[in-house]
Design a protein around this ligand. Structure first.
Ligand code: FUB
Length: 332
């Protein structure tokens, strides 16, 4: 905290420099603005063509949510709510509540929307990233029972490897992964358990320089201490070695409950962003959350640098991350 100095005479340039340096070192005291309007959580950030999309949970008290919407952006700074893309009270025959934590993927010009409803995972299909999505199966893709021995079948994430194989990660209490057939709506074989240190939910897997990164949420989403840890593997099935500096996103100042994130690589670059939710500021809770964005950087050895949720993703005046022909600008 900087003490205010009574202004009797102008401050010396030396003192001004000292004060501004101290302020810069102490970091911002105001939390950055969320990127989406309203109360949203569990954001999945994706890029299709020259547009970024966020598919979140639409928050309501006690997580009794019934519909999903999608937001779009051309630069990661200005976001627009496109429309509602699935209403579980009308569009599903097998569930009508707890519409949580979706993800989306593209294959062969079709878009696939993976979502939770009543703690089961369904899949929708559409011709555009903004849907609306139609239930592709008429029944859940994954539900608890038998080999799917997770606590709850929630929090799906699709990862498509360089060889085109798609994997669906999911789970609460235990993380599992199952291969998807090329149709993206059929599981291929049995699920594999992946042991992750302190895992609660919100798995997110990506690949960088041949290494598979597994990131996940720890603690209860209603806790201020909800946070993100990570580990790495040489295979999409694990085993996963937890990182030495394991926690990379956690509460700071007024920002609490930071978790259930997703990761975006700006195509054609080595620039990365982490999209996550926090308890809304002010008066938020685990049922009243908002979606935020922060830059994610790597050390030379490939480890992830801890992220500070008090840092805005872009400096004032930035034009963000525009895309041309599906690619970001080259590094400056
Ligand atoms: O939004 C409902 C649930 O809260 C999600 O499925 C969990 O990951 C947690 O964020």
């Amino acid at each position: 905290m900087i003490k205010l100095i009574p202004m009797r005479k102008p401050l010396s340039p030396f003192l001004l420099l000292t004060l501004s340096t101290t302020a810069a070192l102490a970091g911002p005291t105001t939390a950055p603005a969320p990127i989406l309007d309203g109360f949203t959580a569990d954001p999945s950030i994706r890029v299709f063509g020259d547009t970024y999309y966020v598919y979140p949970t639409s928050d309501k008290p006690n997580w009794l949510t019934t519909d999903f919407s999608v937001w779009s952006s051309k630069n990661l700074i200005n976001w627009k709510r496109e429309r509602m893309i699935l209403d579980v009270t009308k569009d599903l025959a097998w569930a009508n509540l707890r519409a949580w934590a979706p993800d989306a993927a593209e294959r062969n010009g079709k878009y696939y929307f993976y979502f939770c409803a009543n703690a089961k995972i369904g899949v929708g299909v559409a011709d555009t990233p903004t849907g609306p999505f139609k239930d592709a199966l008429g029944h859940p893709l994954i539900q608890k029972g038998g080999k799917f021995h997770i606590n709850q079948a929630i929090d799906p994430q699709v990862f498509i490897d360089d060889d085109g194989q798609a994997y669906l990660y999911f789970g609460n209490g235990l993380c599992q992964v199952v291969k998807l057939k090329p149709d993206m709506i059929t599981v291929d074989g049995d699920p594999v358990d992946i042991k992750l240190k302190d895992f609660r939910e919100g798995i997110w897997v990506f690949k960088r320089n041949g290494t598979y990164y597994f990131m996940w949420s720890i603690d209860d989403a209603r806790s201020p201490n909800y946070r993100v840890g990570y580990g790495t593997s040489s295979s999409p099935f694990g085993p996963v070695t937890p990182a030495k500096d394991f926690i990379v996103l956690q509460k700071h100042g007024p920002v609490i409950g930071t978790g259930h994130h997703s990761v975006l690589n700006v195509p054609g670059t080595d620039r990365w962003y982490c999209c996550y939710h926090r308890h809304a500021i002010p008066d938020g809770s685990g049922y009243k959350r908002e979606t935020c964005l922060v830059r994610m950087e790597f050390n030379a050895d490939g480890t992830i640098k801890p992220m500070d949720p008090m840092q805005p993703a872009f400096p004032p005046g930035s034009d963000g991350e525009p895309l041309t022909n599906g690619k970001g600008r080259p590094n400056p």
